[in-house]
Design a protein around this ligand. Structure first.
Ligand code: PFF
Length: 444
């Protein structure tokens, strides 16, 4: 896929896997459960699904369209398609926001490596319920371990991106995604059959309308963008490696439904267990790390299965982190293919360093707050709830008002009604929704 010169995806399935690999990651498996937990459950899930399908998906199609047409990185795409106009600034915004996302993504990637190490050395079993909470707290407060693990995760990410991600990741994606699905289904069955599990199901599906407000809506929108990798140019970058003959609409649908399915499955693993085992759903970022070992504890051969699980989770996380790094690297490499290696290392190193404050914000720097949020939460918040919506808005306005109807019609190849639905959303509904939700939260 991405190699030392600008070649293309060899197959449509390769592209879908790469795009789905970028989308499905910590967003669905880590962030979805914990934000559902802190936003009151069911209503948030409903809003997340609506935001994904009604706003995220049409914008995802737009990013695919821009990338495939321009065959260029997220900044050059706009320079090529709209020469002399300031649209390329939207590409730069994407570069900055994606780098910020990767800065804290690398921290959580590091936690996964630390957990994998503990799983392999059989430290993740045989503990009491409190034990797993304490384990997570002691890990994230240990500066050396988190930074070392973050460095290892970033090292692997850079290593894959610098040498081109064609062979290994594409092949791995083919078995990883189905394996992850199967694992989640098995875990969900176990979790759902625990005593008291129904409380968790109710939490996910019986609406508590008191949570229906603009703040929940903004969080749902932010998560939908984050989860679909929309609004920073990741999908422009990936679609730029797609031959012009491939259709993009079905790829976008596939990415969206798979992402929703994995998110709901992750919820069905976590919440029944949360309630059955007496945890609080509003734990924040540690939720998944605390609950999962407790669920595996309830499964025969759990101590071995959890190793496989964390390996799969690591893969899912890496296929997202490489897409985050690829955005910036492709912008700096442009046509100097021989510079790919050095650029990847430099960009990756800078992002790693930028992530250290987030890594420390659970321990030695936990007393530093920006707008009432820890450094980690603050970067997470401004990227998902401010940066991505602005980027998504710019991309949708660009496609809606810069491209002629006959161009977008031919590119998307949709039946008439579908095409006009898409067009109405990107021209009117998505921009109004993004602006209203953002402004309301800014000033209310
Ligand atoms: N979609 C990824 C996830 O859910 O983990 C995160 C992500 C990847 C966001 C790539 C943005 C992006 F450009």
């Amino acid at each position: 896929m991405v190699s030392s010169n600008r070649d293309q995806f060899t197959s449509k399935i390769g592209f879908i896997l790469a795009a789905a690999g970028s989308a499905i990651g910590l967003g669905a498996i880590w962030k979805f459960p914990y934000t559902v937990g802190t936003n009151g459950g069911s209503v948030f899930i409903l809003l997340f699904i609506l935001c994904t399908l009604l706003i995220g998906l049409p914008i995802l199609m737009s990013e695919f369209l821009i990338g495939r047409r321009s065959q260029a990185d997220a900044v050059s795409a706009f320079k090529k398609e709209a020469p002399g106009k300031p649209w390329f600034l939207a590409g730069w915004l994407g570069v900055i926001v994606s780098a910020l996302i990767l800065s804290f993504y690398g921290v959580v990637g590091g936690w996964i490596l630390s957990y994998l190490f503990r799983a392999v050395t059989f430290q993740l079993n045989g503990g009491s319920e409190e034990h797993y909470g304490e384990l997570f707290s002691s890990l994230i407060a240990n500066p050396w371990e988190v930074i070392f693990a973050q460095a290892m995760f970033m090292f692997i990410t850079i290593f894959i991106v610098q040498s081109g991600i064609k062979g290994g990741i594409e092949r791995a994606g083919k078995w990883m995604m189905p394996a992850l699905f199967i694992f989640f289904i098995l875990l969900a069955i176990r979790s759902l059959t625990l005593d008291g599990a129904m409380e968790g199901v109710k939490f996910m599906f019986v609406p508590d309308w008191s949570y229906l407000n603009m703040e929940t809506l903004l969080n749902a929108l932010g998560l939908a963008f984050f989860s679909l990798s929309v609004g920073v140019g990741a999908m422009i970058t990936y679609a730029s490696y797609l031959p012009k003959t491939e259709t993009i609409t079905s790829s976008a649908f596939n990415v969206a439904w798979m992402n929703i399915a994995i998110s709901i499955l992750a919820g069905l693993v976590i919440f029944p267990a949360v309630f059955a085992l007496g945890y609080s759903p509003a734990q924040g970022p540690g939720l998944v790390f605390i609950i999962l070992p407790a669920v595996f504890e309830q499964i025969p051969m759990g101590s071995v299965l959890i190793i496989i699980f964390f390996i799969l989770l690591l893969f899912a996380t890496l296929t997202s982190s490489i897409s985050l790094l690829e955005i910036t690297v492709s912008v700096f490499v442009k046509d100097n293919y021989e510079k790919r290696r050095s650029r990847a290392w430099i960009v990756g190193l800078v992002i790693f360093l930028a992530g250290i404050p987030s890594a420390l914000s659970f321990g030695v720097w936990s007393n530093i707050f920006i707008m009432d949020k820890s450094i980690f939460d603050f970067i997470d918040y401004i990227t998902a709830n401010v940066g991505m919506p602005i980027g998504a808005l710019a991309f949708s306005l660009f496609v809606a008002y810069y491209y002629k109807t006959n161009v977008t019609k031919a590119e998307l190849n949709l039946p008439n009604a579908g095409y006009w639905l898409w067009r109405t959303i990107v021209c009117v509904i998505a921009p109004i929704a993004i602006i209203t939700i953002s402004l309301y939260n800014l000033f209310a």
